[in-house]
Design a protein around this ligand. Structure first.
Ligand code: NAI
Length: 290
């Protein structure tokens, strides 16, 4: 397996480091915050414990997985001798452009630079590097150790060789990669976010209540989670920002975020992470009707 660096040790970064390390890759996990690195490792360890308890892996696999991960607060230290970098830092354009300029300057010429961004243009990120053919989107789904899909996003200049090696690498992780082109929302969010937005509009228009809307979609459409519960899980601020990217990118009013969504984000009701969104959340994250 390739030697991997994962930039960002938050929700997604620690999951990405986990799956690579469990599949035999040496992983350098990099974050500007040593606290985030500690928390990331603790999450990986807890998730591995859960897998041991369910007899999906043994204790030796847990130990080997953790041994494959080293942590770094310096980007330049963390990317020495790396074949593939996967950036999973905060979803902020300037943060990502800075990281990619830095990666391009300090990584070997053959290193592939992937990003887990959910909404920023791969082509725009690639354009700040001198290797746009080696920049690609690798959009993992949350929670990474469980979800089988990786959306592989080709920027305007991504080469066939880069795409092939990232498709193969994803398969080695036991995941199913799907190749898509770089347009706002890619495929996953282009289809998911308008559905979530329509569910919010349905609530806003008084057609039905929160639980009723979610029940229709769960029991009627066989969705494992209702759209409003899913929006709470993703984060209402994240949903709003992805809708805005599609609204700006396509200039099409069908992507205009619901006024209710905008109001809730402005009021700090962000879903599970703030303790309240369409549902309120106790410590155990159990969904209750607001
Ligand atoms: P998060 O907020 O949990 O973690 C981000 C981490 O990046 C933090 O630990 C922060 O300290 C670190 N960071 C910030 N600037 C950095 C820098 N310059 N160098 C190194 N580390 C830095 O964010 P989350 O949710 O893990 O998202 C990461 C990326 O994954 C984003 O691009 C997001 O759009 C994408 N994504 C998120 C999903 C989700 O469900 N949370 C799903 C799919 C993609």
């Amino acid at each position: 397996m390739s030697k991997i660096a994962v930039i960002g040790s938050g929700t997604m970064g620690n999951g990405i480091a986990h799956v690579f390390a469990q599949n035999g890759s040496k992983v350098n996990l990099v974050d500007i915050s040593s606290d985030a690195l500690k928390k990331g490792l603790a999450t990986i360890s807890k998730n591995l414990d859960r897998m041991v308890a369910k007899e999906k892996i043994d204790a030796e696999t847990k130990r080997a997985t953790l041994d494959n991960i080293s942590t770094h607060t310096s980007l330049t230290d963390g990317i020495q001798g790396i074949d593939v970098v996967i950036e999973a830092a905060t979803e902020n354009l300037e943060v990502k452009l800075d990281i990619f300029r830095n990666l391009d300057e300090n990584c070997g010429p053959n290193t592939i630079l992937a990003t887990n961004t959910s909404s920023i243009s791969i082509t725009q990120i690639a354009a700040v590097t001198g290797r746009p053919d080696k920049v690609i989107g690798m959009h993992f789904m949350n929670p990474v150790p469980i979800m089988p899909l990786i959306e592989i996003i080709r920027g305007y200049s991504t080469s066939d060789a880069t795409t092939d090696s990232i498709m193969k690498l994803s398969e080695k992780l036991g995941k199913t990669p799907v190749e898509v082109n770089d347009y706002p929302g890619f495929v996953a969010n282009r289809i998911l976010m308008p559905m979530i937005n329509e569910a919010i509009e349905t609530l806003f228009n008084g057609v039905a209540g929160v639980r009723e809307i979610d029940t229709v979609m769960k029991l009627g459409m066989a969705h494992p989670m209702g759209p409003l519960e899913l929006a709470d899980f993703i984060g209402l601020d994240v949903c709003l920002s992805i809708l805005n990217v599609m609204y700006d990118g396509f200039k099409n009013p069908k992507y205009a975020p619901s006024p209710l969504l905008i109001n809730m984000v402005t009021a700090g009701k962000l879903g599970v992470k703030s303790g309240e969104g369409f549902y309120s959340y106790s410590e155990s994250r159990k969904a209750e009707k607001v």
